[in-house]
Ligand binder design. Structure first.
Ligand code: OAD
Length: 247
């Protein structure tokens, strides 16, 4: 990572009132949470159609719940990293800062971010498959021992993880809020995402078309790299603190 490159991103941030960030699994990699597609990624080890689709849940809710409980345990042992903490500080530093995440781990909140658009839901929440009522577990706490397997709502219906699965729509309110912020921002930081899963993968292009400077922070080249204005190659927990220091 070149000083000149980081200076270009820092210079744009210094000038900007409105900033947005879009984060993905790489954001939490240095907290010890596996990504989906890289080396050691979850989708190298598991088949998404068996674990992260409505059909998989209809077929075998216990298998799906076991997988989510296992991920909850991994996340419960993890701590937010310095990258999460920088983005939490950016929320108070800039007049307008919108954090949009694809991550379901809740680490942004634990790092101190308050206003977060969680596009793909939150692994610490469950919701009733009939009443759609949400059941919240304390983020970061070890999962409570469920009375039944698979867990059920007080109404008797199955509870499901409150996350977005393949083939499901994102909450249109979240998408509208995220899109509005992307159209308004002067700088968009895109951190730790392969930019392969839509609609989030299209968000940087919305910002770019509206005139934002798109800064990619990632350890590797991605589907977005060629379209990014500034590419900061390196781990989120190192690059974001370096960017903050350069402000
Ligand atoms: P991916 O696993 O597809 O991509 C992770 C990205 O993080 C890759 O581009 C890596 O190069 C990068 N990366 C790895 N370590 C990093 C680090 N320390 N610092 C910075 N970057 C790093 O994860 P996502 O793009 O988040 O969806 O995946 C998008 C969605 O696909 C997820 O939200 C999930 C998944 O299926 C649902 O669960 C609905």
């Amino acid at each position: 990572m070149h000083d000149a490159t980081i200076e270009r991103a820092a210079g744009a941030l210094r000038e900007a009132d409105r900033i947005a960030a879009l984060t993905g699994a790489g954001m939490s990699a240095e907290s010890g949470i596996p990504t989906f597609r890289g080396a050691g990624g979850l989708w190298r080890q598991f088949r998404p159609e068996e674990l992260a689709t409505p059909e998989a849940f209809a077929r075998d809710p216990s298998v799906v719940w076991d997988w989510y409980r296992w991920r909850r345990r991994l996340i419960a042992q993890a701590e937010p990293n310095d990258g999460h903490r920088v983005l939490a500080r950016f929320e108070t530093r800039f007049p307008e800062f919108t954090l949009v995440t694809q991550n379901v781990d809740g680490l942004h909140r634990r790092a101190g971010s308050a206003a977060i658009i969680e596009l793909h839901g939150n692994i610490w929440r469950a919701r009733c498959t009939v009443e759609r009522r949400r059941v919240v577990d304390q983020a970061g706490d070890p999962p409570a021992p469920e009375a039944s397997d698979p867990p059920r709502c007080a109404c008797g219906a199955l509870l499901r993880p409150d996350v977005v699965w393949f083939g499901e729509m994102l909450d249109p309110v979240d998408v509208a809020r995220a899109t509005a912020a992307l159209r308004r921002c002067a700088v968009l930081l895109v951190v730790g995402t392969s930019a392969l899963v839509f609609p989030a993968a299209g968000f940087p292009l919305i910002a770019a078309e509206a005139g934002a400077l798109v800064v990619e922070i990632n350890t590797e080249e991605t589907a977005l790299t060629a379209r990014a204005d500034v590419v900061l190659r390196g781990p989120a927990a190192g690059v974001l603190p370096a960017l903050e220091r350069a402000l």
